[in-house]
Each structure stands twice: as C-alpha cells, then as structure tokens.
Design a protein around this ligand. Structure first.
Ligand code: BG6
Length: 293
C-alpha cells in the first residue's frame, strides 16, 4: 500500500469500507483524524476539546475510483466540469486516484503525512502533462494542508485546483461567510455565469454555487446557531467557492441524504478560472490552507 515500512506511533493503516479502499487512522494527544489514500483526502479531523471540523455524508460511497462525499477532496488539475470534454471526471482526477504515501513522521507540534501523485499513462490520457503533486498534511491542534505542484515535463501547463472542504453546520440558513465582501463573484447557477461583486457576507438561502475570484485568501465560516467559527487561511489561494446544493440538487445526489443540505456547506479554497496558475517546465508552486476553529 505504501513505500514506508514502518508508520510512526499514532498512525494505523485501515480499510475504508469493504471494496478495497485503504487509509490511515491518526490518533495523537492533540487530535484524531481519518485519511483516505484515494484522493489523499482527509475525511475526518477533530482537535482535542473541539467539535469535529469536517462534514462527511452518511451515504458517502467507498468505491475505488468514485469520489468520496465529504472531508477535503482535492480538485486537480481542473475545477468543475472539464472545459471541453464532459466525458472527463468533474473536478479532475486527483480525488479518484490512489496517492502514494511518501512520508509520515512526528514533529514537536504535529504529525506530518505526505502523499504524492505523479503523471502516468492514465493521467496523460486525461491531461497531457507531466507533473508531480504532493500533499503535506499537518495533523496538530489545527489542520494544515500544503499542496505542491511541479511541472516535470518540457512544456508549460495551466492548472486549477481547490481544497474542497465540507463543513458541518447546525442549520445552513443560519450560517454565513465573512471575508468575501466586494470580491468578484461568478454565479454558477446563472445561465450566463454572470459576474458581479459580492455585497455583504455570503449566506446560504437555498442552492448556492458561487466562485469568488482575486480574494485575499482568508475567510471565516460562522455557524450562528452553534456560535462556532472556522477561519480558513490560504494566502496563495485567491479563489473561494461557496457551495450548498439546496434541496433539489441534493435529491439528485445519490451519495447524500435528502435533507443533508441543511447541515453542511462547502467553502473551497483554491485557484480556479482567472486565478488558475501557469507553471513553466521545471517550476513548482505551493499552496497552503490552514483551518482553525
Ligand atoms: C462545487 C461546484 O465545487 O462542487 C458545484 O461549485 C458542484 O458546481 C459541487 O456541484 C460538487 O461537485 P461533485 O462533482 O463533487 O458532485
């Protein structure tokens, strides 16, 4: 399953479901977490003394090659539907692939786990570029993710990515996001995807699917009923996507119970659309997301 012969104390290899998916359980004095090898996806995280940070659908599938609904999927190398080929997987292929475990070690503050995904013939069929992606996850009293993308080929490429974080809420209609005021906003639900500027905090009144561009990379999700908040700090991520499927779309999603939209929202940090970076051959870029409760 991985190149490491021994795992540090606090990391246990586990099966996720009964269809062959594998992952790791993390248990340290400061936090507990579950990480899926498919997608390098953090599925659960809870710091000691804090409520669970992430939402996961009770109907999430556990099947090889199928995206898992919840936690923090990594969207890469494109975001949303493929721009020219609807037959290619939504949000890229990174969340459907097994990543390789490259490193796992305890530091004074956190347990660090690093996973990598490299181009191969099957990724080149979907995206004709040579790359090495690595995700370094720091499981401490807070959760931090660092995604690096290197161009290992001979031609430049442009890519989009997002940390597609799912958060639990007491009631999505009583939650809001601060920090996106005045940002350029694409309403994905509008037929022509019109651009406007966000006025005030973002609220979830029914289905919401908005991309904010050129943001400062920091926003705060506030659960007003529980009087709790999550601060998302991602200084190199200029796009934020706010998504709540609302009742009709949720009813069409097989991996979400019909009323799940009431108790979750996604606040995704990344670089998409105009913010998508270009990488010359030999170059590498790194993007960090820190989540604090
Ligand atoms: C969001 C998109 O990031 O992800 C939405 O903005 C999309 O348009 C949602 O519906 C979920 O995507 P998926 O592929 O995980 O069902």
């Amino acid at each position: 399953m991985d190149a490491l012969s021994t795992l540090p104390a606090g990391v246990t290899a586990i099966a996720l479901g009964d269809q062959g998916l594998r992952g790791w359980q993390i248990a340290t004095p400061v936090c507990r977490a579950v990480l899926s090898q498919q997608g390098a996806q953090v599925l659960e995280f809870q710091a000691a003394g804090k409520p669970p940070l992430l939402w996961q659908s009770p109907q999430a599938t556990r099947q090889p090659g199928k995206a898992i609904r919840g936690g923090i999927p990594i969207c890469f190398p494109w975001f949303g539907p493929h721009p020219t080929d609807a037959g290619k997987p939504a949000h890229g292929f990174a969340r459907q692939r097994d990543w390789a475990l490259a490193n796992a070690r305890q530091t004074p503050d956190a347990l660090l786990v690093e996973l990598t995904l490299a181009a191969d013939d099957t990724t080149r069929e979907l995206w004709p570029h040579d790359f090495l992606a690595s995700l370094r996850i720091s499981f401490g009293s807070r959760l931090a993710l660092q995604l690096s993308v290197a161009n290992t080929g001979t031609t430049p490429f442009r890519f989009a990515f997002a940390f597609h974080s799912y958060f639990p809420l007491a009631d999505s209609s009583r939650a809001c996001v601060y920090g996106l005021e005045d940002s350029v906003c694409i309403d994905q639900l509008a037929q022509d995807r019109t651009r406007s500027r966000q006025t005030g905090a973002v609220r979830f009144s029914g289905e919401t699917d908005r991309i904010f561009l050129q943001t400062a990379g920091e926003c705060r999700l506030v659960d007003e009923l529980r009087n709790q908040a999550v601060l998302l700090s991602a200084p190199d991520c200029h796009s934020v996507i706010a998504w709540n499927p609302g009742p009709d779309k949720t009813a069409r999603l097989v991996d979400m119970p019909p009323d799940a939209w009431r108790t979750m929202a996604c606040i995704e940090s990344g670089n998409v659309e105009d913010d998508a970076p270009e990488l010359p051959p030999g170059a590498k870029q790194t993007f960090t997301l820190v989540l604090e409760q």
